[in-house]
Design a protein around this ligand. Sequence first.
Ligand code: OOG
Ligand code: MG
Length: 265
Amino acid sequence: MSTTLSREDVVRLAERVMTAQTYARPIRKLTEDYPDMTFTDSYAVMQELRKDYERRGHRVIGWKAGLTSKAKMVQMGVDSPSIGFLTDRMSRPENSIISVSDLCHPRVECEIAFVLKKELAGRNVTVEDVIDATDYVLPAIEIIDSRFTGFKFDLESVIADNSSSARFVAGGRPRYPSELDLRTIGTVLEINGQIEAMGASAAVMGHPAEAVSLMVRLLDDMGETMPAGSFVMSGAITQAIAVKPGDHVNARFHELGDISVRFGE
Ligand code: OOG
Ligand code: MG
């Protein structure tokens, strides 16, 4: 696909996103200033952002898919999935208190995560290949945070913002994927004891492993593979729910246990 941004533009936009992520200061969509931006441009900005984080000592530990369920696409008004990198510093333990003062407008989502024991690469990875390469699956809460004003974006902008990646909490009960039907994992998301969202894992592209296969293809487009040891989140099963200080979030996953977390100032 074509590119419209110069190398200087890519670096400038990655810096703009980095500043918004670091200081939790929302910015306007990148397409307002660069209306002709293509997906190739967006991925170039994401990769530049990743290099910036690596230069600062953050370690990329895996990948996430975004917008892989109908509920998410409808909520955000986009029509295809995206990808983002995950770093060691985004991880938070179960039952911890997650600060929101360094986030713009956090939202929580329930996802199925995969930990790989073999590398995945190329354009023809099947669901079976993903399962074969998976060491174990586990539930996760993702805390997303768009850096765009009002949490409003288009696909070109959100990819450059690393698909709203901010924090994640993995936990619950890890399981071998061969022992489960990964399409029928029910999830219930409770906030302060109220059920706010519920769904089943097939909402993610019919099978969450399909989202992993899609990510491997997107990585292949960028000349990359998904290495053994990667922690991979397959995308939200339901719509994302906004959280504020004082909120207690409990995500219950059929067969995979519960994850709880609190939010603070
Ligand atoms: C984009 C990221 C979406 C998911 O699981 O669908 C995402 C967004 O909605 O801000 O992480
Ligand atoms: Mg997500």
